[in-house]
Design a protein around this ligand. Structure first.
Ligand SMILES: *Cc1c(COP(=O)(O)O)cnc(C)c1O
Length: 419
């Protein structure tokens, strides 16, 4: 009994995820793809091993490149994103660096949103050392991206909802621009996850997901994924090596990422982690429904609190991209930030919390808080921080799935203690 990827059109998101392993067929009637810890795989004949290595026959070569547990997770992510194919790697950062380092070369130019995950910002600075120019623009307006384009521009990179101040890129406008100019459009969908938004719908060619966040959801496994949507015409892309210009051009990009990025750079997703993430993915929709509802309730509550100067969450009517979020996303998401009034001691507030956890992650089932200027954005310096709208009293809150009343009680108590 099997149903292919296209059956997402007739089955719901969660049904498809839950039944994806068994529908591909597993021994003993197992419901989960087992954890295959073998790093190599036996072949019956010399002709078989040759055919598998040359990609002429399906099969497994070596664990750095391919593993049945990881393949099963790749199938799930492809289903969730409505894509063509997915390559899983060890972390979200491995997904980003494998993509950029294998598809760009010296002399190329990239336009990126200036509202970025801190480590992604750092990768772009590394690219500059290799002769790849990056322009950071305010991507909430497609016109800013357009104005930064050069004849050497190869790709545009954006996140869906930026961290920590929740700016939302002009996802559809930039998609239309990339389509008109033949540019590769890379969308980091980590903050929304495919349950809230599918970047394929705005013309993304490649989608990045950190599996460590909402998709895994339980804070117990790191992982990353690159999904090919089929929207981009790789035959016109100059950086695809001759070796990978074979077969259907719609597969060339991910093929090159899989070979050059995963096989050669070697940031392989461990099978044990793939299993944890696959189990987490089964409840992605349920968890995000809950965390998004909790976040919207907390945002409204903080907005009315006298100790809070600003609240950043797309659910608020005064959020600059509130209408865009409503039009594009299923939910407003579980991530928010608050800026405390200058007279409120930020560290005293954080130390008074009893339930919300002081930790640097997001998309966990538990509510996590972090003072961003002093931690994740410390290395970036005050100028880029100011550009990103980050103040010293900005606290990022990744809202979990706890009971909302308990969260409000905890924040209420801590604000009182710090005021
Ligand atoms: C966390 C995150 C990443 C990196 O993911 P890791 O799995 O931690 O390497 C990339 N992009 C965004 C938007 C993130 O939130």
């Amino acid at each position: 009994m099997t149903f292919p990827v296209s059956d997402m059109s007739t089955r719901g998101f969660t049904t498809a995820v839950l039944h994806s392993d068994r529908s591909a067929g597993i021994e003993h009637g197992s419901l989960h793809q087992p954890v295959h810890n073998s790093i190599t795989f036996e072949h019956a004949t010399a002709a078989d091993i040759a055919a598998v290595f040359q990609g002429k026959q399906a099969g497994f070569t070596y664990g750095r490149q391919v593993n049945p547990t990881v393949t099963a997770l790749e199938r799930k992510i492809t289903l969730m994103e409505g894509g063509r194919a997915t390559c899983c790697v060890a972390t979200g950062m491995a997904a980003i660096s494998a993509t950029l380092l294998t598809l760009l070369k010296a002399g190329d130019h990239v336009v990126s949103s200036s509202f970025l995950f801190g480590n992604t910002n750092s990768v772009f600075n590394t690219l500059a050392l290799y002769g790849i120019d990056v322009s950071f623009v305010d991507a909430t307006e497609a016109a800013n991206v357009d104005a930064a384009l050069r004849p050497t521009t190869r790709a545009v990179f954006v996140e869906t909802i930026a961290n920590p101040c929740t700016q939302i890129a002009d996802l559809a406008g930039i998609g239309a621009l990339c389509a008109a100019r033949g540019l590769l459009y890379i969308v980091d969908n980590t903050m929304t996850s495919p349950w809230c938004f599918q970047p394929r719908t705005v013309g993304a060619g490649l989608i990045i997901n950190s599996l460590s966040k909402y998709i895994g959801g339980h804070g117990n496994a790191l992982g990353g994924a690159i999904t090919e949507t089929g929207a981009f015409d790789w035959s016109a892309y100059p950086n695809i090596l001759e070796t990978y210009r074979k077969g259907d051009p719609a597969n060339w990009g991910l093929q090159q990422i899989r070979k050059k990025g995963l096989r050669d750079m070697g940031a392989t997703l461990a099978p044990e982690s793939a299993h944890h993430i696959a189990i987490g993915a089964e409840t992605l929709a349920l968890r995000q429904d809950r965390s998004s509802a909790n976040a919207a309730r907390l945002a409204a509550w903080f907005a009315a609190h006298p100790a809070v100067a600003r609240v950043f969450h797309p659910s608020l009517a005064n959020h600059p991209q509130h209408e865009r979020a409503k039009a594009l996303f299923r939910h407003f998401g579980g991530l928010m930030a608050i800026e405390l009034k200058p007279e409120v001691d930020c560290f005293r507030f954080l130390d008074a919390l009893q339930l919300a956890v002081l930790a640097s992650n997001l998309g966990d089932n538990r509510t996590l808080v972090i003072p961003v200027a002093h931690t994740i954005y410390a290395e970036m310096g005050p100028v880029r921080r100011a550009e990103m709208g980050i103040a010293d009293g900005t606290v990022r809150i990744s809202v979990g799935i706890e009971d909302a009343d308990d969260l409000i009680a905890d924040f209420s108590h801590a604000l009182a203690a710090a005021a």
